[in-house]
Design a protein around this ligand. Structure first.
Ligand SMILES: [Zn+2]
Length: 173
């Protein structure tokens, strides 16, 4: 006998805004983009020559930037986003992040004009920070020029994410 079971399909839609240039952004957002682009100058990427800069605007109004830090032992390297999150966690523990702008300068190519996208590990890290502070982090993704993708939060980029609550023990509840 075949057991009957119910099946249903679910759909997750990602909606985001594409800005052709910084002209359609607020001056504060344009400044964050500018800071992220400028931060790429101090990335340590002697192996990939792919410089990434990330700038965060905190709820307290402070701005901080991070860059990728590579290593001759490749897996030791850290992405700009996680360098930045670690710095914020250390300097301003528990402070919410309003917006994170991320840009890159790819020295292997003449132009860096396609919006960058955070890697899977960084999506997880940014989303953890959202959960930690109970506050969405708006993302502005860009290159040294060209379009900017504006995404409401990191959770949108990580559907069905693995969350800390999954690790809760019965005695915690
Ligand atoms: Zn990453």
């Amino acid at each position: 006998m075949i057991k009957s079971s119910i099946m249903k399909k679910q759909e997750i839609i990602l909606s985001y805004t594409i800005h052709e240039t910084t002209d359609s952004l607020s001056s504060l957002d344009a400044e964050l983009i500018n800071d992220a682009r400028k931060a790429t100058e101090v990335a340590y990427a002697p192996y990939s020559h792919f410089h990434v800069g990330a700038t965060a605007l905190l709820k307290n109004g402070k701005k901080l930037s991070g860059t990728n830090q590579e290593n001759a032992s490749f897996p030791v390297g850290i992405c700009a986003e996680r360098v930045l999150l670690s710095m914020i966690g250390q300097l301003f523990p528990g402070e919410a992040i309003e917006t994170m702008a991320i840009s890159y300068h790819d020295f292997n190519n003449t132009i860096s004009n396609k919006p960058i996208s955070p890697c899977g590990m960084c999506r997880q890290a940014i989303h953890e920070y959202e959960n930690r502070t109970q506050h969405p982090i708006r993302l502005l993704l860009t290159g040294m020029e060209g379009e900017i993708f504006e995404i409401a939060d990191a959770e949108s980029l990580l559907p069905l994410s693995f969350k800390g609550e999954t690790l809760k023990k019965e005695k915690d509840q």
